[in-house]
Design a protein around this ligand. Structure first.
Ligand code: 5RP
Length: 220
């Protein structure tokens, strides 16, 4: 907890009056939203968009003003977590199942700041199974096409039921032996009809803040 919180607290120091802020999802982004809530209560003036129903609910509880997507063209800064970060700042995201909304928000953000604890920093992506969001229709076929890319695909389950995303889709967790070429794999997966989006975030992060067990922080 200390490591995640420390990274999140450093990240929110970048947020200033008047900014439109993207709120990430997960247990690290949680601390960023908490910290922003405290600053809003102390007079910080921001407007926010959330990357999940859960983060939206938390923001509302904390009194962070939310703005409809229709009213914005760009987001100043988004703070989000990740499941893996490599030395090129490519990411695997979607452990919490919010990868589609996270990628939509990240793509329209001037700056994406990633907050992680040290356990997420890897030399090469792929030990963490890559989450892929797929539509339910014909997903047995979609899964076969994913397997043909060289992974062991598994339908994500929650409470003994297939996990359903905020967008009404399924998540297939794809275990590759390793992911030596993340950009190519990203293209190949998104080229399969039935795939909505995958958890590889290539060249999107503009800053990575790493929290350590002793509460110290550093940049990657
Ligand atoms: C959710 C995500 C999260 O950012 C990722 O799973 C990291 O979560 P946590 O900070 O709880 O480890 O991509 O879809």
């Amino acid at each position: 907890v200390e490591a995640k919180k420390a990274a999140a607290e450093l990240a929110i120091t970048e947020i200033q009056d008047g900014m439109i802020v993207g709120l990430g999802t997960g247990s690290t982004a949680y601390w960023a939203i908490q910290g922003l809530g405290a600053r809003v209560q102390n007079g910080l003036r921001i407007q926010a968009v959330a990357t999940s129903e859960a983060s939206e609910k938390l923001a509302k509880e904390l009194g962070i003003p939310l703005i409809p997507f229709a009213d914005i063209s760009e987001i100043d800064v988004t703070i989000d977590g990740a499941d893996e970060v490599d030395p090129d700042w490519h990411l695997i995201k979607g452990g919490g199942g919010a990868l589609l909304r996270e990628k939509i928000v990240a793509f329209s953000s001037k700056k994406l700041i990633i907050v992680v604890d040290e356990s997420k920093v890897v030399a090469q992506l792929g030990a963490f199974p890559l989450p892929v969001e797929v539509v339910k229709f014909g997903y047995e076929l979609t899964i076969r096409k994913l397997r043909a890319l060289g992974c062991e695909p598994k339908v994500r389950v929650a409470d003994n039921q297939p996990f359903v995303t905020d967008n009404g889709n399924c998540i297939i967790d794809c275990q590759f032996a390793s992911i030596p070429s993340p950009a190519e794999l990203h293209q190949a997966i998104n080229g399969i009809p039935g795939v909505v989006e995958n958890g590889l975030f290539i060249g999107m992060a503009r800053k990575v803040i790493v929290g350590y067990k002793d509460g110290s922080v550093g940049s990657l």
